[in-house]
Design a binder for this molecule. Sequence first.
Ligand SMILES: NC(=O)c1ccc[n+]([C@@H]2O[C@H](COP(=O)([O-])OP(=O)(O)OC[C@H]3O[C@@H](n4cnc5c(N)ncnc54)[C@H](O)[C@@H]3O)[C@@H](O)[C@H]2O)c1
Length: 457
Amino acid sequence: MGQQQLNVCVVGAGYVGLTTGVCLAYLGHQVTCIDKDREKIDMLLAGRAPIYEPGLEDLLRLANARLKFTTSPEACRHADVIILAVGTPPTPNGNADLSFMEAAAAEVAAQLTGERFQVIVNKSTVPVGTAQRVNLIITTAIASRGGSANFAVASNPEFLREGVAIHDTLYPDRIVIGSASNEAINMLRVMYAPILEQTFAAPKVCPRPERFDLPALVTTDVTSAEMIKYAANAFLAMKISFINEIGGLCEKVGADVTEVARGIGLDKRIGPRFLQAGLGWGGSCFGKDTAALIRTAQEYGYDMPIVSATVSVNRRQRLRAIDKLQETLKVVRGRTIGLLGLAFKPDTDDLRDAPALDIIRVLLEMGARVKVYDPVALENFKIQYPNLAVEPCKNASELSQDCDAVIIVTEWEEFRHLPLAELAEKMTGAKVLIDGRNIIDRQDAEKAGLRYVGFGR
Ligand SMILES: NC(=O)c1ccc[n+]([C@@H]2O[C@H](COP(=O)([O-])OP(=O)(O)OC[C@H]3O[C@@H](n4cnc5c(N)ncnc54)[C@H](O)[C@@H]3O)[C@@H](O)[C@H]2O)c1
């Protein structure tokens, strides 16, 4: 490939770490994925991906020769680049929990010999100051054993979306690298060279998009790099909350938010993406990152009313599904309600902060019988939420049997082509279809005999 091959360790083989590791190996680097979860590593050693991510297993096979999987951090000893991609879940007060980052930094520090220059990369989403904190942990550990330090920390936030993670890794809009060390920036420039220059042969499972512009490389200071990630997620979440707020008013005045979104999205300053009104955002990032941003601001005595409103509009939006049930069914207690979709978005099995969970909890509290179906996330759901007393179904048709209302919660592709007449036949009472993602044509639904309720239309 005519490029420099680096020895890379990725600590944390989750959605971000595993995707990054597999892609870097595909691009020609020697990669070791390290995870403390033995089960995950065993699955990977057997050639299987522990998460559902389209194309990941194919790429695992293609890059197999340059990939290693282990639970031991020992491989960090010989790495040029060590990428920290562990979880940073929210604490109850909204702060990012940095305990996994700090533990990983300490484990890595124990391996650094000082014999070669090494770059420690914070890829996890972490609040301002974390690069400094990681630097301190490692420096202190090395000093306490009388070793010599020869490393630099860089912030390299990740922007991939689950479901299209490989695409986003191989064909990003930009790569952001923040570091005080030019040597570190140069090392990462080398690591990312195949992506920045698009010199690799595109894998069949993830072809290069037509008319793809080379990604921008943003090199900056660490603090700005850390802030870029939070600002990006808060902005995207705000865009969705904004269109949902407009959608609420559209319902009142008789406008259609999908028409409004089309009309404003054509303005290049606004753009059409993240303007789909519906049940709002969820997932592992937007909720926790907006909360962490607000917490950081609080530490500085600074108000962020726009970010706060983004969060509260989203909370209200999820419960709009319940309002709509009450408006159409009047009484919810004792009714059978079906949820189509559990994952927070299509093409993933990730249930973190999924709107479906809030809706299920409220429906159960209200005394409804709840049936659920998801093409991929059902198994995860059964394992993670055994106490939610719902009835899992094998498909949309089985789900609709005896339902007073069906709510489309996740815009899985198969829900765009629901057998509406069959659903109507199996449902009972008012036969309400609440289209939480505005993916069904009202006329089609009504023709099939369903009472259609969209969002903001
Ligand atoms: N999931 C996304 O779409 C996404 C996108 C961009 C950024 N991020 C950020 O990336 C980070 C990772 O997210 P994720 O979704 O990949 O998390 P994840 O929970 O899927 O993966 C984290 C992994 O780290 C492992 N781990 C924890 N401590 C470890 C240690 N000391 N040594 C080795 N392994 C360890 C865990 O076992 C787990 O497998 C988070 O900060 C997140 O905010 C996530």
